[in-house]
Ligand binder design. Structure first.
Ligand code: CMC
Length: 438
């Protein structure tokens, strides 16, 4: 989106004789102002330096807003707490994709469109067969999502708004089918075709847990929990995987390829892989003695030489409680209650670990709080989702955010291919010597 006129100026002065430069300042609707440095290199021959993007707004966006100090998350202006309790995931998808919540007619149309795209090309199952049965689901999903561009060549032109919309619907509709297929393949069970009479989350549960041998009725409490997991993970501003999708798509590649890049990035344990890593961490503490061993574990986390982190804690933006973690903890109570697992030792351990960490000076001084992944693993495990599949569920839910961000970028008249520069600190120019003289 083109920026409004500048509302202030910053003057940059230099100690090396370069003339001072006035840079425009732009204000967002809410949140920090930005200093527009686009003319900096042309006017001074200098770049800015910000590895890890600690102080860099890589784009302007109307989709998601996070206030890390308040612990606030808004999708298109709506607080996550209201969306998670008053809307379902497909309504949230409509909101992220098209800018507002659907009315009844729009909702029915959107649900029908998504539902009618849930099947994947039958050939896809032969593609799956090329994988080892014990392959990590994220390795499989990265391949399957990338392969969609080969199966749906009629919606790969990134610069055609209609093709972008069709690919968006296809991705939202087919991701649950692909994740469930990856799971069924890993356990050697037949794939279950999608059912159009079920909700998005209920259909996913059925594709995951039903077999052709008997009827399957998804539990309503678990369906609601899964739907909430999807909503809480649907978008999160310019995080690593979203920035990956934007950068990848900025080359003009097709939407399926760009989303596959997002899936690959999400896999890492510092990002979406944290939910799997967090549950494995809780299991480890449990094996070593449970609550009694929390003190030892925390001491390891604080030891800078140990490389041990408290997974599911900390966030680049939230320096207060992650609002998604609160909602997820509530869902955790509901799901465990429904399943008669109120005394689940892992949940008790997670709550005790959270309490102890939140009272510890190390975590307090660094403003480290539980993030969304701290409790999501316990909920998913209770639903019956195997641990290695957790990040694939995150990818399924985040797909709508990725595609909404990609659409926003491509539709922006100011869009350019992403091409960061660098501070080169390598060797100066030198000549290649004959091999015997090296
Ligand atoms: N356990 C122990 N220490 C931590 C943790 C943690 N989970 N997170 C940050 N710290 C420490 C870190 O060592 C550093 O200490 P010091 O100042 O003494 O060097 C300080 O806190 C600041 O951390 P940072 O690494 O500079 O912060 P960052 O913004 O670069 O990293 C993070 C954010 C999410 C990568 C990091 O907190 C982390 O690795 N957390 C664990 C993994 C995790 O739960 N990730 C999920 C994030 S939410 C879902 C998602 O985005 O996918």
């Amino acid at each position: 989106m083109a920026l409004n006129s500048a509302e202030g100026k910053a003057t940059l002065s230099f100690s090396d004789g370069t003339p001072a430069l006035e840079l425009p300042i732009y204000k967002g609707t809410i949140g920090p102002d930005v200093i527009d440095i686009r003319q900096l290199y042309a006017k001074t021959g200098k770049f800015t330096y910000d590895p890890g993007f600690l102080s860099t707004a890589s784009c302007n966006s109307t989709i998601t807003y996070i206030d890390g100090d308040k612990g606030e998350l808004l999708y298109r202006g709506y607080p996550i707490e209201q969306l998670a309790t008053k809307c379902d995931y497909l309504e949230v998808c409509h909101l992220l994709l098209f800018g507002d919540l659907p009315n009844e007619k729009q909702r029915a149309e959107f649900v029908s469109r998504v539902t009618k795209h849930t099947m994947v090309n039958e050939q896809m199952q032969f593609f799956l067969r090329g994988f080892r049965r014990d392959a990590h689901p994220m390795a499989v999903l990265t391949g399957l999502v990338g392969a969609l561009s080969a199966f749906y060549p009629d919606s790969i032109n990134l610069h055609d708004p209609w093709q972008r919309e069709v690919s968006a619907i296809r991705l939202i509709a087919k991701l649950p089918t692909l994740v469930a297929m990856a799971y069924k393949y890993s356990i050697g069970q037949p794939y279950m075709y999608p059912r159009n009479d079920l909700s998005y989350a209920a259909n996913f549960m059925r594709m995951m847990f039903a077999t052709p041998c008997e009827d399957y009725k998804p539990n309503e409490v678990l369906v609601r929990a899964l739907d909430r997991i999807f909503t809480l993970h649907a978008d999160h501003e310019q995080n690593a995987s979203t920035s990956t999708v934007r950068l990848c798509a900025s080359s003009g590649t097709n939407p399926f390829a760009a989303i596959a890049a997002g899936v690959a990035c999400l896999w890492g344990p510092a990002h979406g892989g944290a939910n799997e890593a967090c549950l494995n961490m809780l299991y480890d503490i449990q094996k070593q003695g449970g609550v009694a061993k929390i003190g030892e574990f925390i001491a390891q986390v604080k030891d800078k030489n140990s490389n041990v982190k408290l997974m599911g804690f900390g966030h680049r933006v939230y320096k207060n409680y992650d609002p998604r973690a609160k909602l997820m903890r509530e869902t955790c109570h509901e799901v465990l209650g429904e399943l008669g697992l109120g005394d689940d030792p892992l949940f008790k351990l997670a709550m005790a670990l959270e309490r102890i960490a939140l009272e510890d000076e190390y975590f307090v001084s660094r403003k480290l709080y539980p993030n969304v992944d701290y409790y999501s693993g316990i909920v998913q495990k209770a639903i019956g989702i195997p641990v290695p599949l957790f990040t694939a569920i995150f990818a399924l839910a985040r797909t709508v955010g990725w595609i909404a961000q990609l659409n926003e970028m491509i539709a922006d008249p100011e869009y350019k291919i992403g091409r960061p520069r660098q501070l080169y600190v390598g060797s100066v120019k030198r000549d290649v010597k004959p091999i015997k003289e090296r």
